[in-house]
Design a protein around this ligand. Structure first.
Ligand SMILES: Cc1cc2nc3c(=O)[nH]c(=O)nc-3n(C[C@H](O)[C@H](O)[C@H](O)COP(=O)(O)O)c2cc1C
Length: 446
């Protein structure tokens, strides 16, 4: 269990999400990459051979025809990762599940199942869902505002955690001759009654190898930060600069301290995109070509998604950016704040569209330059690791074959796995069953 090296995640996004618009046109990417399990397995095995901490599957449950290609036709994360689990043996498997559109009993059960199937490699990216249209797919009349969705998320996480304590480690003390299948004293109901959920329990699956798969949170609004501070083991972000990443980490750590957690327990892992060539100049030239290939219609659709479906195609691209009320229920708060700042500084719609490509950390450079930048972020305390979006296969190959070895040589990344669970890779302390701990302390007091 170490925290003395940086953590690496590989975000597998098939034919490309909003961050990889032109990806599907690369002849090296299968046209069915987002529904092709062999493609996911291949990439996960490659990530495992490079000793990555985890692969990560993003998700949502609402589309219109102009959504990014990957969103239009993709595999469900838990199903996908169960298949990947059978083809790998060490790498962590992080699935996105929405607390807004799932019941905690199902979340607890599905993740415990993946944890058992994979021998302790499951992780949960907790999201509240960005697209208000999702409500229409779940028999709901509304998506709920931030406050409501995050309150529900908080309660959902508590219930899921509680359900994972349903069985003590040795509850199934099976004896065929006795005969005894279960020790009923080691099975526990939850009896939760809250604002959103009533859950009696117990969960109908044994305690999984990790007990509690790592909890990951990526919302950066005040509500998102609070959720991270109280529950997350890992905070994902789209920080663009070390300064922005440090501001987030300092704030969430202060909130964690206020909630009586050790701030050092939290890991901060920003997203990363790379374009790699022999020289920085070549890489930047390729990056410019790729950026200009992203068409205006796609950009407008992406913007619309951040503003609850607002139609931006009616505006003059070169006029001042329209003043639109920030939608309460949709999008990413940091993105809205950013746009508002640019709007006040006189940005046009075109300026905003062109600026969209830099909403997260993208490095175009030689393997050396990329390793140097990652080292700088890591050494300055801005990041505990990086979530690499796997885009063009050539960059993916060069990252593993050329960037990772530089990181290993500098002692910044592991040479081999020291653990077989995701908690182990991330250096997270084991979590004992709360009922067993109670019984033990009662025994000590008696
Ligand atoms: C690396 C990363 C991955 C994310 N993946 C998803 C996802 O798969 N599904 C989703 O609905 N939101 C995803 N999000 C969005 C956040 O979970 C969150 O909903 C969003 O940032 C809006 O919340 P906020 O306004 O509190 O920041 C992701 C964010 C980040 C930084």
């Amino acid at each position: 269990m170490t925290r003395d090296t940086l953590k690496l995640g590989a975000v597998l996004i098939g034919v490309g999400d909003a961050s990889g618009k032109g990806l599907w046109r690369d002849p090296a990417v299968p046209l069915d990459a987002s529904v092709n399990i062999e493609w996911y397995v291949k990439q996960a095995r490659e990530a495992e051979a490079a000793k990555f901490d985890f692969v990560f599957i993003v998700d949502s449950q609402y589309i219109t025809p102009d959504f990014p290609n990957h969103h239009l036709n993709r595999l469900e994360p838990l199903t996908l990762l169960s298949a990947v689990a059978m083809a790998t043996d060490s790498i962590g498997l992080v699935a996105t599940i929405s607390t807004t559109y799932s019941e905690p009993f199902d979340i607890a059960r599905r993740l415990a199942s993946l944890d058992l199937i994979s021998g302790g490699r499951a992780g949960w990216n907790i999201v509240t869902s960005q697209d208000p249209g999702t409500a229409g797919n779940f028999s709901r009349t509304g998506h709920g505002d931030y406050e409501t969705r995050y309150r529900r998320a908080t309660e959902s996480v508590k219930v899921v955690q509680g359900l994972w304590h349903s069985y003590e480690e040795d509850a199934f003390s099976i004896d065929r001759t006795a005969p005894r299948f279960l020790d009923p004293a080691k099975q526990h109901r939850l009896d939760h009654r809250g604002e959103f959920f009533s859950v009696t329990g117990p969960l109908n699956i044994q305690r999984s190898p990790q007990g509690q798969p790592p909890l990951i949170q990526a919302g950066t609004s005040a509500q998102g930060r609070e959720l991270s501070a109280r529950y997350a083991d890992v905070v994902f972000s789209f920080a663009r600069t070390p300064r922005e990443a440090l501001e987030l980490a300092d704030d969430v750590r202060a909130r964690a301290k206020a909630a009586s957690r050790d701030p050092a327990d939290l890991l901060f892992i920003p997203a990363l995109g790379v374009t790699i060539a022999d020289t920085d100049e070549d890489a930047q030239r390729i990056e410019r070509l790729r950026t200009s290939a992203g068409d205006i219609a796609h950009g407008l659709a992406g913007l619309s998604r951040q503003f609850a479906g607002h139609d931006f195609s009616v505006y003059d691209l070169d006029a001042a950016f329209p003043e639109i009320a920030s939608p309460e229920a949709a999008g990413i708060s940091r993105f809205h704040d950013d746009i508002e700042r640019k709007r006040q500084a006189g940005a046009t719609l075109r300026d905003i569209l062109e600026g969209q490509v830099s909403t997260w950390l993208r490095i175009a450079g030689s393997p050396q330059t990329i390793a140097n930048t990652l080292e700088h972020w890591y050494a300055s305390g801005a990041a505990d690791g990086f979530n690499l979006f796997v885009q063009h296969p050539a960059d993916w190959e060069r990252f593993r074959a050329e960037v990772v070895p530089i990181l290993v040589e500098r002692g910044l990344f592991r040479e081999d796995y020291a653990a077989r669970t995701l908690r182990g890779h991330l250096g997270l302390a084991p979590i004992g069953n709360r009922h067993a701990i109670e019984t033990e302390s009662e025994a000590v007091l008696a």
